[in-house]
Design a protein around this ligand. Structure first.
Ligand SMILES: [Zn+2]
Ligand SMILES: [Zn+2]
Ligand SMILES: [Zn+2]
Length: 179
């Protein structure tokens, strides 16, 4: 382990900015203090093509060496995107008022969800991070809403949720007439 890596780890553990060593007292622990973050993002934005290639190479090497950490980062960043989207639309089912986050999904109000996802990502089932990031990039389109799995599936399967359209319950519960 290099001297720099050791210092980096020591500062992470002590709750200090890894670049300048300023301790984070009474605030959330981060990797960089505000000053260093500004310096870093300026550097990051103005990298030469050679520096860009180098950071790409280094991050590829790191991902290969730390597959578990890489997966954890991906999960964390996917979760962050999902939470942002849910927070924006209000984390509650528009139809039945369900607030359990584990049940909440994104629904296309006009019902062209799968067609839309095929257009965007080339796959009907593509959801997850790519979709959440797209929503954030687009500034939270107004043709999306939050539905719980039940209401979303009922809408997809029966054309409407029985909470909103009682004829659905009737259709599901009764045998079709034989002409
Ligand atoms: Zn700093
Ligand atoms: Zn619902
Ligand atoms: Zn419903």
């Amino acid at each position: 382990m290099s001297k720099d890596t050791r210092r980096y780890r020591r500062r992470v553990e002590a709750g200090q900015c890894v670049r300048c060593g300023t301790p984070f007292i009474g605030e959330s622990i981060r990797r960089l203090c505000d000053t260093c973050r500004t310096v870093w993002s300026k550097w990051y934005k103005n990298r030469t093509p050679e520096q860009k290639a180098n950071t790409l190479k280094a991050s590829r090497k790191w991902r290969k060496k730390n597959p578990e950490k890489e997966r954890a980062y991906c999960r964390r960043s996917a979760k962050k995107s999902r939470l942002m989207v849910l927070a924006h639309y209000g984390p509650v089912c528009t139809c039945c008022g369900e607030t359990e986050m584990a049940f909440l999904t994104i629904d296309h109000i006009d019902g062209d969800g799968s067609a839309h996802r095929i257009r965007l990502f080339g796959s009907r089932t593509a959801a997850g991070k790519m979709f959440y990031d797209w929503i954030i990039r687009e500034g939270f389109p107004t043709n999306l809403q939050i539905l719980c799995w039940n209401c979303n599936c009922a809408k997809g399967y029966y054309g409407a949720c029985p909470h909103k359209d009682p004829t659905v319950s009737h259709r599901v519960a009764t045998m079709p007439e034989i002409p």
